[in-house]
Each structure stands twice: as C-alpha cells, then as structure tokens.
Design a protein around this ligand. Structure first.
Ligand code: HEM
Length: 469
C-alpha cells in the first residue's frame, strides 16, 4: 500500500506532523477520558472540522488544534474490528504497559510509572489528547475554554491539563538552544544536505520508508547489545483506513533539575570556562546551538549549523565526545559496520525522530545564561520538557533511540556511560567520558538530571479517518 513521495496527501495529514509551529509559542494539552462512546464519536467528528491539515500553510498569529488517541481511547470508541486491526504492539501495550517496557526505557526508581504525577491523578486512564497551539496566553486560554465547553457537553472528562511555553531564543531549561536538528522529509522539505533527508514513511504511515532505500543492502543491527530487549518489529503493518496518513506520537513529561545540572558541573570543574565546555560536551552543542564538531574549543558564533557528520570530522570524539546527547540520539554517519559510508547513514535513517517538544514550567532565572542559572540556586520548582516526537514505528524509532543508544552503557565502545542528559539506568553510577590526547577524562557519579514524570503513546490519525470515526 506504499505510495510514492510525490503523492504525499498533505490535505489529509494533521498539520502538527509536518510543523512544530515555532510561531505559536503557547501550547496546551488536554488529556481526555471519554464517556459514552457514541457521544464521544460525535465530538470527534465536530472537532475534526477545526483541525488544520499539513496543506494549510503557516498559522501566522492564529491557532491550531490537533487530536490523537491512545489505544485505550480507540478501543473505547467501539470501532469496527477492521478499523482497529494492525496497530503496533507497543502502541497497544502503552508506554507504561509492562515492567519490561519500563525497564527498556529506563523508567525506573523515581522515574517509574507508579510514581508519575504529571498534573492529574496518578494512573488515570487517558483516551486522547487535544493539543492547542496559540500565539499568546490569552489566545490559548480562549481556545481551550471553548474546547472545554464542547467536551463537557459531550460527557468527556479532562483528566489533566498541561501547558508548555517556548522559552526565549528556543532554549530548553538547562540553557541550550533546542529543536535545531530535525530530519527533512524527502519530497517535502528542501535540504541542501542529503544526509538529513529521510523517507516520509518513517513518520507517516502508508508511504515508502527508509527500508525501501536499503533494498540492496542487508540491515545490520547498529549496536551489538546483548541486553537488547526490543520487541519484534512488525514491519508490514496491516493498518487499514484508520492508519492512512497517521503517525504515532510519543509524549513524555521530563522534569529537569536545572540546579542539580549546573551545580554538579560547577563542582566537577575548576573554572567557568571549563564548566561551560563540559556542559557543551555533554550536549554536543554550545548553548547557542553551535555544534562542537564545528567549534570544539569555544563557540565561533556560526550559530545553528546542522550540516555535519562525525566519522570524517571527528571519528575518535576528540571534538564532540562519543557519548554526547546529540551523538547518541543521532549518530549520523558513525554507525558500524562501515562508518563514514552511505550504508551507515542508511541505517541511521531507520532511527530518526521528528521532535515537537517544548519546555514547561517557569525558567529558573530570568536569563537562561549558564552563569545566571548557576547563581539562581535551587527554587525547588517544577520545570522540564514536554518531549513529543512523531514516528511511524515506536519500537524501531523512539524506543530504539532511548534504549539502545541513550541508555546503552556500551554505546560506541564506551563502558559505563549513559546519555549525560537523559540517561537514567546508571543513577548515581554513570560516568561521562571526554576523549582526549594523551589521556581521556572520565567524570564519575553523574546524578540523574532528568526524571520522567509521565507519558503515553498516541496515534495521530489522518483527517479523513477522524471524520469517519
Ligand atoms: C537534540 C536537549 C530529551 C532526542 C537536543 C539538543 C538539546 C537537547 C539541547 C540540541 C539541539 C538540537 O540539535 O536540536 C534535551 C533535553 C532533554 C532531551 C534537555 C530532556 C529534558 C531527549 C529525548 C530524546 C532526545 C528523550 C529521544 C529519546 C534528541 C535528538 C536530537 C536532540 C534526536 C537531535 C540530534 C541531532 O540530530 O543531532 N536535545 N533533549 N532528546 N535530542 Fe534531546
């Protein structure tokens, strides 16, 4: 049922799949529990009329609404057996569906699902998320107030309401510019760097995916990991009309301990310059977004360059450490067995994510400059990232990146490191290695800077499917 890239049905794909709505800094997420199925289906039909497609163009100063369902939500709507056929196992099981999945994602200890308190009753059943994006807080309030009225009239409960707000300069709470590197969809986005082009089927169901670009080459598992718990990947999804033009959405509320981050760095380094350099090495970019591969010593002011690989520029990680956050979550051309080749890039394309996350909670300091964040001390406030990403195969994309790359202590020949920003499995025991000549430097006892407070797997249907419900 694959169609070619040029036939991408933009008018049927929900706009959020192809745009992060940078010009709409306010976002609100209403987590919903349906009541009587017939009334809930009628509501879905009504709200679908207000959802813009990817063909709608830029939102300008307006607003956008989007809707996605959990598996429990789709089941609750009492759809036909055919409509529900073919959804992937991990989607049906849910992000916190089994101890095995939680272990795989590193959701243990304080990040374990039993402890999730992400703005509503712990363990509440979520059937859907209604996502609102607007230019101002007032516009978002107005949009969501109208939606709440319609929801109440349809007997649908808002089990929790979450808000995100883009921070100045596109920074996240640790003070780094985020959302720079995104895959570009072949046939849709222009990219002068072919390394960033990915088949639309990696994100939208029913189109050619990266495997189709690999026809002549066997797929080799990028990282040999004896502890690989990943479930079987169902490659040929049997999804029918409900799946067409849809995408899976991973939603994770990630609390960031900004004070812990900068005070640990302060204690680990002798001076301000080294502190900033170590923080940049953990991320793989300087706070202003410049990649270390391009400017290893200090930011050269070139900004948010994304046109680089690792193998030819920095195979040993002397510029950007092998275990840096961006090197783990998108290793680009450094994957075995043939790093630096098109094969390596082709394997990497199988594990890309379209990120749509935004920060939540007030910033720790008025300015997000590292010195100011360190000086601000600890206010005990709740803040972090609503990490959202879209993918066509949660197991092969999000779960793989989280488990086999971010949480893997042996990633790229390392021994006891996990992702210095989001790794959790090594709570208090993880190290961070900065390769160097003549000797490398290892930082010990990295605390966990990011805790998982909640999350769910959703499905973002195409607009025709929404109307059909
Ligand atoms: C890139 C921060 C969670 C995947 C980045 C960048 C920053 C950042 C500062 C560099 C900017 C950019 O390249 O766009 C954070 C923070 C997180 C977090 C503070 C948690 C609070 C995650 C998670 C994943 C992830 C959970 C996936 C499992 C990525 C990817 C990139 C990235 C794929 C782009 C890498 C590239 O293409 O070079 N992140 N991130 N991040 N992050 Fe995260």
């Amino acid at each position: 049922m694959s169609r070619s890239d040029s036939e991408l049905e933009l008018d049927d794909i929900q706009g959020i799949v192809l745009s992060g709505y940078g010009e709409l800094p306010q976002a609100g997420f209403l987590m919903l529990a349906f009541g009587e199925p017939g009334r809930a289906r009628d509501w879905v039909g009504e709200v679908a009329a207000g959802i813009e497609s990817a063909a709608a163009g830029r939102p300008g100063g307006g607003y956008r609404l989007h809707l996605a369902f959990t598996w429990a939500g789709l089941e609750h709507l009492e759809l036909s057996w055919q409509a529900l056929k073919g959804f992937s196992r991990e989607f049906r099981e849910g992000i916190a569906g089994s101890p095995r999945r939680s272990r795989l994602l590193g959701d243990e200890g304080d990040s374990a699902p039993e402890r999730w308190q992400w703005g509503g009753p712990a363990g509440a059943t979520i059937h859907a998320v209604l996502m609102g994006y607007a230019a101002t807080p007032e516009a978002l309030d107005g949009l969501l107030a109208d939606q709440r009225q319609a929801l109440a009239a349809a007997g649908i409960e808002v089990v929790m309401a979450l808000e995100s707000r883009s921070l100045a300069d596109g920074r996240e709470h640790f003070g780094f510019r985020d959302g720079i590197s995104q895959p570009k969809l072949a046939g849709v986005s222009a990219s002068h760097d072919p390394r960033q082009l990915v088949a639309p089927g990696e994100f939208i169901l029913g189109y050619p995916n990266a495997r189709d670009q690999l026809t002549m080459r066997p797929l080799v598992d990028p990282i040999e990991d004896p502890d690989n718990l990943l479930p079987e990947v169902a490659e040929d999804s049997d999804l029918h009309d409900l799946g067409r033009n849809g995408s899976y959405l991973v939603f994770r509320q990630l609390g960031q301990d900004v004070h812990r981050f900068w005070s640990w760095l302060d204690a680990a380094t002798p001076d301000r310059e080294t502190r900033l350099a170590l923080a940049a090495r953990m991320v793989g970019r300087w706070p202003d977004g410049e990649p270390l591969v391009k400017a290893p010593e200090r930011p050269a002011g070139e900004g948010t360059d994304n046109d680089f690989g690792y193998h030819h520029e920095d195979a040993d990680g002397l510029k950007c450490p092998l275990g840096a956050h961006i090197r783990r979550t998108n290793p680009r051309d450094m994957l075995p067995p043939k790093p630096g080749t098109e094969d390596s890039l082709a394997i990497n394309r199988r594990h890309r994510l379209l990120r749509r996350g935004r920060p939540y909670g007030p910033p720790l300091a008025d300015s997000l400059a590292p010195d100011d964040l360190l000086a601000a001390g600890n206010d005990g406030g709740e803040r972090g990232l609503h990490f959202l990403c879209l993918n066509a195969d949660i197991s092969r994309q999000f779960e793989f990146v989280q488990h086999t790359w971010a949480e893997n202590a042996n990633f790229a020949g390392l021994h006891a490191d996990t992702d210095p920003l989001i790794g959790g499995r090594g709570e208090g025991r993880a190290t961070f290695t900065v390769p160097g000549e003549p000797v490398r430097r290892r930082y010990h006892d990295l605390p966990r800077f990011v805790q998982v407070h909640g999350g769910a797997y959703f499905f973002v249907p195409g607009l025709r499917a929404l109307r059909y419900l």
